[in-house]
Design a protein around this ligand. Sequence first.
Ligand SMILES: Nc1ncnc2c1ncn2[C@@H]1O[C@H](COP(=O)(O)OP(=O)(O)OP(=O)(O)O)[C@@H](O)[C@H]1O
Ligand SMILES: [Mg+2]
Length: 396
Amino acid sequence: MMWVKKYRPESLSDYRGASKEKEKLREWAEDWEKGDGPTLLHGQAGTGKTSLVEALANDLDMELVETNASDVRTKTKLREELLESVRQRSFLGKEKLILVDEVDGMSGNADRGGTSLIREIVEESRFPVVMTANDPYESKIKTLRQMSEMIELGSVHTNSIAAHLREILEEEGIEYEGGAPKRLARQADGQMRSAINDLEAVARGRNRVSVDDIEDASRRDDRKEVFDSLKIVFKTETPDNARQATENLDENPETWMQWVRENLPREYGKSQDIADGMDAVSGADLFNGRVRRTMNWSLMRYVYLYTTVGVALAKEERYSGWTNYQYPSKIRDMGKSNSSRKKRSEIGEKIGEKLHISISKSVSELFFLSQVLEENPGVGDQLGLTSEEVEFVKDF
Ligand SMILES: Nc1ncnc2c1ncn2[C@@H]1O[C@H](COP(=O)(O)OP(=O)(O)OP(=O)(O)O)[C@@H](O)[C@H]1O
Ligand SMILES: [Mg+2]
C-alpha cells in the first residue's frame, strides 16, 4: 500500500496543521441544522481536503457519504443515490456527512446540469454537505460558491510536513539524518501528498535516509515541475490552461514528449482517448523532426501545441482521481543495451509499416502497444510480430 494511503489521518488529531480551518469545519458540522448552507472547502491539489472531511466524519462518528463529482459515471449515480441518501436517515442510526468531492472537475458538456443537480441535492439535504474544489472561482460553480461557506486550505506549513514525514519514517523503522525530513518538506511546496510521495521514493526499502540521498534524488530528475505540467495537461479541458502548462517548464521538448507519452495511458482510461492523445503526440513528433531538419525553430511551438492542447482535448471527459506519474525510466534504461535497442527498432519498423505511421521506435510506443495487447491479444498477429517480440512488448 502506498504511504499516502497508509498514513492517511484517521482523526483530526492526526491531521497536521490547519488548526483554525479544522475547528471552523468541525463547529459548522456540529451546529448544522436543516436550512443551513453547505461548505466549500478549497485549496490546491494534495493539500488535504478529502482527508480532512474523512477525519472529521470519523471523529464526529458520522456516516460519510462520499461522491466524486468529476467521476464520469457520477451523473446518474448522483441523481439516483445521492438524492435518496440526503433525504433518508442513516440505517446505522448515525448522522450523515455528505462529501461532494471535486465539484470544479465536473466536465463541461457531459455534465451540463451537473451544477444544478448538486444545488438540488444541497437544498434537499437533511445533513451537512461539504463540497471540495481546487479552483472555487471556476465560472461553472459560481452558484454553488455563492450559497456556500468558504474554507480555504492553504499550503501546509513546512514544519507540519516535516513532522509528518518523521512520524512515517519512525513507523517504518527507517533511520534518518536530522535535516532530511525538513529538506523534503521544503521542496514539497506546501503539498503534503507530494512530500509523502517524495519520501516514499527515496526512503522505501532503505534502512537509513540522509540529506545526500535526497539531493541525489532531486538532481537525478527534477520531476516536480514536469509533474505539475503533466497534471495540468491531463486534467484540464480548457485549451488556454493546457497551452500555459509548459510555460516556464525547464525540459527540452523531446524529453517532455517522452513524459507525455509515458504517462498518457496511465491517466486516460478509454482506448479512444489514448489513441487520440497518442495521435497528438505523433503530430508533435512530426514537427520536432522538421525543426531538427530545417532548423526552423518557429515550428517548435507546434510541438508544444500538440502535446499540450492536443493531448488535453483528446479526452472525451476529464478523468477523476490522482495518477502516479512515472519517470520515463524505461526509455533511459533501455537506451543502455544495444540488443534491446535493436529489437525495439525492429518492432517499431514493423508497426510503422503496418499502420502507415511514423513510429519513432521509442519504447514509449511499446508501452502503449503493451496496453493494447493486454486488451486485445490478436493485435500482435495483425502487426506481424513474432511471439518473442510480443513477449518483449508485454514486458512494458
Ligand atoms: N494535514 C495533513 N496531515 C496528514 N496527512 C495529510 C494531510 N493532508 C494531506 N495528507 C496526506 O496527503 C494525502 C493527500 O491528501 P488529500 O487526498 O486529502 O488531498 P486533496 O486536497 O483532497 O487533493 P486533491 O485536490 O488532489 O483531491 C492524503 O492521503 C494524506 O496521506
Ligand atoms: Mg481530494
